[in-house]
Design a protein around this ligand. Structure first.
Ligand SMILES: Cc1ncc(COP(=O)(O)O)c(C=O)c1O
Length: 384
């Protein structure tokens, strides 16, 4: 909206095309669309970077109407795009503004100055980087940083009209400074960490992601790395080749992690058929090793499916997670043992998380609101 107002102020209201790489988070095209822009998708190359030729062609084609590029840095593919400065230059050459999605700022704080590589605007998500959990009230919360020429078009609010920007584009939330229940958490975190602490957090996030990427690379294909073989703050493991050779999908793997006591990381985003691991700085080495060992053990189970030592359908991966009801029942119907199902590692034996719910039909669940209260049983048919 700030960019829209900027173009309007320059008598270029026609500029309404927003270029967005296909690796972008869904919130990017959604935001562009919501403020009246037309989204044009830019391809990524096989290394997960923005395809510069495609970007140049599309910027050229929409030169007269180009409003902005929304780009995430480091990218959602978990790489530091080496061409980020060239990317910004292409957009500026065609009269557009560069909006940087700062959701991955935990790879930059204290170690880089995003303003120097060319973006005009950057939102600073508080989740991941500044101590706010996903879904913990963080979404949509945080400051927007911008270059001087856009400052007068930043959001303003009736209550702070005097203090707000001159040509401010209006309110974006009911309260002028956002949520007072969320912001003090990040403020305290920043105060307590200090400049050195924040820099260390970024360094440890990058180190953790690279440690995981290297540790898993013998068993899993890490989808994207930079030229030096490193990732940024996250790594994506590709389950598609495993699915092709064993029938075990990313969902089977994610559900099997529950038997090991883990909530699975992001699945099938930004690439379908993959798992994205974003450790941040907060887990210690012991915890990271434990998590990697769970994934390595799962790969061993997949190998057993591939070599037919486990049945293709009736195996601990396809049936995961195993609930305490099933594990304790007098009848055990599977071709593998209860022990294999419930206690895949020594660690789990002493620290078992007993899953209360077996695999649910995710798609059905997303599309149908079904009350789980027993007295609602009479509505079951209707819901189905
Ligand atoms: C790259 C990227 N952009 C945007 C978002 C959305 O952020 P929010 O939930 O704060 O709206 C995320 C979420 O993690 C993200 O990874």
């Amino acid at each position: 909206m700030t960019i829209r107002k900027f173009h309007k102020n320059n008598k270029q209201e026609n500029r309404n095309v927003c270029l967005i790489p296909d690796s972008a988070h869904g919130t990017n095209p959604a935001s562009a669309q919501m403020c009246g822009m037309k989204v044009v998708v830019v391809n990524c190359d096989e290394d997960g970077n923005v395809d510069i030729d495609d970007l140049k062609n599309k910027a050229e084609k929409h030169s007269k109407d180009l409003a902005a590029l929304m780009v995430t840095y480091p990218s959602t593919h978990g790489v530091f795009e080496e061409k980020i400065m060239d990317i910004c230059e292409v957009i500026h050459k065609h009269g557009g503004q560069v909006y940087m999605d700062g959701a991955n700022l935990n790879a930059l704080v204290g170690v880089a100055k995003p303003g120097k590589f060319g973006p005009d605007v950057c939102h600073i998500n508080l989740h991941k980087t500044f101590c706010i959990p996903h879904g913990g009230g963080g979404p949509g919360m945080g400051p927007i940083a911008c270059a001087q020429h856009l400052a007068e078009f930043l959001p303003t609010h009736e209550i702070i009209r005097e203090a707000g920007p001159k040509n401010g584009m209006g309110a974006v939330s009911a309260a002028p400074w956002g949520s007072s229940s969320i912001l003090p958490i990040s403020w305290m975190y920043i105060k307590m960490m200090g400049a050195e602490g924040l820099k260390k957090a970024s360094q440890v996030s990058i180190l953790n992601a690279n440690y995981i990427s290297k540790k898993l690379s013998k068993d899993y294909k890490v989808l994207y790395t930079g030229k030096n073989g490193n990732v940024a703050h996250e790594c994506i493991i590709d389950i598609r080749p495993i699915k092709a050779s064993s029938g075990i999908s990313e969902e089977d793997l994610a559900k099997r992690l529950i038997d090991f006591g883990y909530h699975a990381p992001t699945m099938s985003w930004p690439v379908a058929g993959t798992i994205m691991i974003e450790p941040t700085e907060s887990e210690n080495l012991e915890e990271i090793d434990k998590f990697c060992n769970a994934l390595i053990k799962i790969k061993k189970e997949i190998n057993l499916v591939e070599t037919s030592k486990f049945d293709k359908i009736d195996n601990p991966l396809k049936n995961a997670p195993h609930t305490y009801v099933e594990l304790a029942s007098s009848e055990w119907k599977h071709a593998y043992s209860r022990e294999e199902a419930a206690f895949p590692t020594e660690y789990v034996k002493n620290n078992k998380y007993w899953a209360p719910v077996a695999r649910v039909d995710n798609v059905f669940g997303d599309r149908n609101l079904v009350c789980s209260c027993p007295s609602m049983d009479e509505y079951k048919d209707e819901a189905a």
